[in-house]
Design a protein around this ligand. Structure first.
Ligand SMILES: [Zn+2]
Length: 260
């Protein structure tokens, strides 16, 4: 497994997007996961990282631009099919990831794990022989991921974290940040973080906050204000879960929230 870092650093993408080149040693072909942004230099670096192997298959963890913007052009360039869970993205000859069957390529088997939450179309890939999972934006190498309302779903996200935990992975290869070697502890930490955030959202409502912006100002007071718009989408994802569970009420416009 080789990681190629894309030149798109930002507060949400950390050092940039991790593009992975995966192949069994000795295999004549490789799989590329998340080609990343549309950037010629990055595409060339990924081809170089293939070390003369032909690219047999391109996989997407999800279709956000930092992972997928350059995917079609990259797949065309190397003449490989592109597979993704998102409707309309897969090209002819690509495996159907939704079927959940292991994908055999480059001498390896990668098991698609539909993991909605960060995005509805998110898919991790398990490399069972290494007890490793390519996690895209489901779990990052550092910090926490954003579950953005309305495309993200907090209830789905928590269920997808539980799914990952049940695999007892040893290593995670995230879409951003360093590789994770304490995988179970990291996923448990993510679950605890979301439970804490949910408790904080409920406490903010109990203290009289009524709008997502008010809740963000209280709960994310120590976070860089440039991240508050993203945090508001995460708070809305928590609120949507709590409304669905009947623990919080909202008005017909969905702008104000009260404890049930
Ligand atoms: Zn990303």
């Amino acid at each position: 497994m080789t990681r190629v870092l894309a030149p798109n650093p930002s507060p949400l993408t950390l050092e940039g997007t991790n593009t992975f080149v995966v192949a069994e040693p000795g295999a004549g072909t490789a799989v590329v996961i998340d080609p990343g942004p549309a950037d010629q230099g990055h595409a060339q670096a990924v081809v170089r990282a293939c070390g003369g192997r032909e690219v047999e298959l391109v996989l997407l963890t999800h279709t956000h631009v930092d992972h997928a913007e350059g995917a079609r052009a990259f797949a065309d360039r190397v003449g490989a099919p592109l597979a993704a869970l998102a409707p309309g993205w897969a090209t002819p000859g690509a495996p159907d990831l939704a079927a959940g069957d292991p994908v055999a390529a480059a001498g390896l088997e990668l098991l698609p794990l539909p993991t909605p939450g960060h995005a509805a179309d998110h898919c991790c890939f398990e490399l069972a022989t290494e007890r490793a999972v390519f996690t895209g934006d489901h779990v990052l190498g550092r910090g926490t991921t954003v579950v953005e309302w309305p495309s993200g779903d907090m209830a789905d996200y928590l269920a997808s974290l539980e799914l990952l935990l049940r695999l007892h992975p040893e290593r995670l290869y995230p879409g951003h940040g360093p590789l994770v070697t304490d995988a179970v502890a990291r996923v448990e930490g993510y679950l605890a973080h979301r439970r804490d955030r949910e408790a904080q959202v409920l406490a903010a409502l109990a203290a009289g906050d009524r709008t997502p912006a008010e809740i963000v100002a209280r709960v994310y007071a120590e976070v860089d204000p440039s991240l508050h718009p993203a945090a508001e989408l995460s708070v809305r994802a928590h609120l949507a879960k709590l409304v669905h569970e009947g623990r919080v009420h909202t008005d017909p416009e969905g702008g104000r929230f009260t404890p049930a």
